[in-house]
Ligand binder design. Sequence first.
Ligand SMILES: [Mn+2]
Length: 535
Amino acid sequence: MEPILIFGHKNPDTDSICSAISLAKLKELKGESAQACRLGNISKETEFVLKSFNIDAPKLLSTVSAQISDLTHIEKKTINHKTSLRKALEIMTQEGFSSLPVVNSKNHLKGMIHVSDIANAYLNMDYSDLFSKYYTTYENLKDVLEGEVVSGEYPCGQIEANLKGVSEYRNIVAGDIVITTTILDSIDNLIELGVKMIILCCDKEDVILPRDSKIPVLRVNKSLFKAIPLISQSASILSILNNDKFYSFSIDDYLTDIKDIMKESTQTNFPVVEKNGEVYGTIRTKDLINFTRKNVVLVDHNESTQSVSGLKDAKIVQVVDHHKFGNFETNEPVKINAETVGCTCTIIYGLYKEAGIVPPKEIAGLMMSAILSDTLLFKSPTCTEKDIQVVKELATISGIENFESYGMDMLIAGTSLSDKTPEEILTMDQKEFSMNGIKLAISQVNTVDVKGLLDQQSALEAAMTETNTKNDYKLSVLVITDIVKAGSMLLVVGEPTIVEKGFHTTLNNNTAWVDGVVSRKKQVVPFLMAAAQGV
Ligand SMILES: [Mn+2]
């Protein structure tokens, strides 16, 4: 049984990743097969969390579209390249295939054979150069003639000899294979000539065995007229395979990708190859209708626009979420675990409790981290009493008693600007404005460590001065927003009047703290605009 795929939303945050891992673990502990996945890159914050509890990032999932491996019917028939034309034709007509994939002894794809290829080969064959022109084996020969070895040791493998009728007696030389009857010919004479093998067309009671029994004699219970055309049918498929191009697919290919190719191609059967290169089978257009849907669980989201591509091919079996529902539709009934709490992991911990299972230490750590992250250390208005209670319980299980300081470290890791130069910090999110003829730039960064960032104040100011000169700005403002304290430190380089007027403050060493200001669009730009009118 394929595992149930569990994943959070695109651009995953810590809750989306930790919910997927924790719920997959719960299902696993309950004896179900589940796999946690992610729909995008891990953030710095999540990376910190996973590292803290020594857990690997979940597998990246790009789509849940149906794949060839999900098809309910895949024809498994193939033809080995050494099979005789006769046998191949028999298989194809009996089972109603106009074409089939040809494989070598390792089951690797060598080509496609069509009934018409075999018919063409029959028409163009001449028995005299049969074994030099067409690859065939002693096994195939015996098989199509339904022969019986009456003397000598019958060889195996590829036939390398000329085929001659006994009527060409004068041309027969050592090493030839001769087809004859008992009535007219002396087998002993042929043996003296050193022929390689004798094909004897006669009834069982008419066999006259040679005195020297080392040369193989294959008795065939057919007339010469019947035996000769049969010999040409012993040629292997390998010897008539052409190099015509054809489509073949991989077992992992998505149905949406192959549909059009199959419709537009004149090919009717399409070989499917496994990852190890072996042929898995063949598919036809009509096989595409029936496939097994992948079972998925959505955590921390429910809207299809935020979810994985190909979701309509999948079967949503469960949703665990704390967001509003919108755009949500399923084909079958679905189990929904939704609560108005601050974090999906709060709900998942409830599911652990319901199942009577204590989460493993590191999983408890992940769930605790997700709640601290989603509720911004309980400061977000979405945080509930339940979230706080659950964090306390999870802190005990995970052994991280001082969860406040752990949570702060996590948020700091998430907003770390340590790998950025002052110029990068300034331009990460910078917008230019013109206010009553005053040209200026406003940049914003989020952090939990304003003081740490201001350690590089002089380098930042130098970068801002350069920007002002280069772009003819009257001033540059860097809004350093503290996401936990919910306020911003303004760093201003240039003419400060509109900032001081706008926020009714006085800059101290080019900086000013503005409490409650977190949005540039709603809380910074309008005030500066108003102030600019009065300048
Ligand atoms: Mn969430």
